[in-house]
Design a protein around this ligand. Structure first.
Ligand code: SF4
Ligand code: SF4
Length: 107
């Protein structure tokens, strides 16, 4: 099952993950990245690159984060591909510490 980006990525979006993906399956939204489950080959390389621990295997999602499986699948079909690291938002360090930010996800 494909890997999934979860809540911790919202407003952090450092994009360290995209450069290691061998199949370029990350998609970029306004303040979150999604993995296209139809493209992900389950290599797990992106997991260690994420400084906020936002990426999990689809069959081992933390409790409370299950909706992100469907969200990644849905949003990945709407958003453009991202293959190179970009500068994170100016306030990313602050948002990396915030746990409850699901409601801030922009589409
Ligand atoms: S490295 Fe982590 S926080 Fe940064 S864009 Fe990728 S999943 Fe999101
Ligand atoms: S698990 Fe591998 S193929 Fe899937 S998103 Fe991460 S780096 Fe890309």
């Amino acid at each position: 099952m494909a890997y999934v980006v979860t809540e911790a990525c919202i407003k952090c979006k450092y994009s360290d993950c995209v450069e290691v993906c061998p199949v370029d399956c990350f998609r970029e939204g306004p303040n979150f990245l999604a993995i296209d489950p139809d493209e992900c080959i389950d290599c797990s390389l992106c997991v260690a690159e994420c400084p906020v621990g936002a990426i999990y295997p689809g069959d081992d999602i933390p409790a409370g984060q299950e909706e992100f499986v469907a969200l990644n699948a849905e949003l990945a079909k709407q958003w453009p591909s991202i293959v190179q690291k970009i500068d994170p938002p100016a306030d990313h360090a602050k948002w990396a510490q915030v746990k409850d930010k699901r409601h801030l996800l922009e589409r």
